[in-house]
Design a protein around this ligand. Structure first.
Ligand code: 5AD
Ligand code: FES
Length: 347
């Protein structure tokens, strides 16, 4: 408790402090962390929950991350690409449902050139100038990030996946590097994007040491957003028989991140909802303040197959919107029609 109370006062701990906090987790400690986290959350964001419309526009990926179901060596994956017109339709629908942020997400798919992506971004911005556009399309060159930013993209999500270089090497093929990941993240910030990072909880080879690296990285980098969810195994990956992550540990980490950086935008993720029917509600009650309902056309949803048993693959976009509104209301929160930019820290 001593370390937790200090964290809430100072918003920083030494590396060993984070590690000890993680190793000493009990239900009582987690409950206190959630209480402190909600105090900060309510002070800055009240009971508002920001919504982002997620458009998963391509499941092609040139990478081969060991944990991911759409890795390039999964030959059985039934892949799809949306046309620019289909993407625009998703955004138009989303606008009507009250979304003011669109997250364009895909595998790393070279089919979409900078030119195509810039056209899509400027078309959405042209029709919906009051909306923010978030990209989540992986590692690219600095020049590419700059062009997409100049075309109107506001934010970029690129999960670092783990802040330990040794751990990174165990989750990724030799063709991918921790250094390039970090280069991308720093380029994005320098260009002017609001940057989102993130990691999975309970991936193979991860323990308190690795998670303490993640918490220290969040503390030092001060991202706009940080998305975390439990690892969920996928049957066609090398990690097929690895156990799924812990919902409780994920929620504890959500609370700690809220305490470290009270104004952080933190989603209650789909993977949390996949492992526990009340996972997203638990995430909000641990300190998260964002949900990302799916806006992709229903026909393609099950094919964006990052992990097994992903939820919301049979629903229409409108159904997810209403479902999440009702879920948030049931725990005393409300979704809002807003771009949902990070708010300043209280003085
Ligand atoms: N379990 C949980 N999350 C996963 N992701 C990819 N594969 C899995 C999995 N098996 C996450 C990664 C990626 C994001 C889009 O989805 O963190 O950055
Ligand atoms: Fe998709 Fe509940 S959010 S069905």
């Amino acid at each position: 408790m001593r370390l937790l109370e200090r964290l809430a006062e100072e918003h920083t701990l030494e590396f060993e402090g984070y590690q000890e906090l993680l190793e000493s987790r009990t239900p009582e400690l987690a409950a206190r962390a959630a209480e402190l986290a909600l105090g900060f959350r309510h002070e800055i964001y009240g009971h508002d929950v920001f919504v982002r419309g997620l458009i998963e526009f391509s499941s092609f990926c040139k990478n081969d991350c060991l944990y991911c179901g759409i890795r390039c060596s999964n030959a059985r994956s039934d892949r799809y690409r949306l046309t620019p017109e289909q993407i625009m339709e998703c955004a138009d629908d989303g606008y009507l449902f009250g979304y003011r942020t669109f997250v364009l997400q895909s595998g790393e798919d070279p089919h979409y050139t900078d030119g195509m992506l810039c056209d899509i971004i400027s078309a959405i911005k042209g029709r919906h100038p009051d909306c923010a556009i978030t990209l989540s399309i992986g590692e690219r060159s600095r020049e590419s990030y700059q062009r997409l930013f100049d075309a109107g993209a506001d934010r970029y999500l690129l999960r670092h996946e783990t802040a330990s270089p040794e751990h990174y090497a165990k989750l990724h093929p030799a063709s991918m590097s921790f250094e390039n990941r970090m280069r991308c993240i720093s380029d994005l910030r320098e260009i002017g994007y609001t940057v989102g990072i993130g990691y999975m909880v309970d991936t193979p080879f991860q323990g308190a040491y690795e998670l303490a690296c993640d918490l220290k990285f969040v503390e030092e980098f001060r991202p706009g957003m940080c998305g975390i969810g439990p690892f969920v195994s996928h049957h066609a990956t090398p990690f097929a028989s690895e156990p799924n992550g812990s919902v409780e540990l994920t929620c504890f980490l959500l609370s700690l991140m809220r305490i470290i950086q009270p104004n952080l935008l933190i989603p209650a993720t789909t993977s949390l909802g996949t492992l526990d029917p009340m996972g997203r509600e638990k995430g909000i009650l641990a300190g998260a303040n964002v949900v990302m309902p799916n806006l992709s056309p229903r026909e393609v949803r099950s094919r964006y197959d990052l992990y097994d048993n992903k939820i919301c693959t049979g629903e229409e976009a409108a159904e997810c919107r209403f479902c999440l509104d009702a879920r948030m209301e049931s725990i005393g929160y409300r979704t809002v029609v807003d771009r949902g930019d990070p708010k300043p820290m209280p003085s």
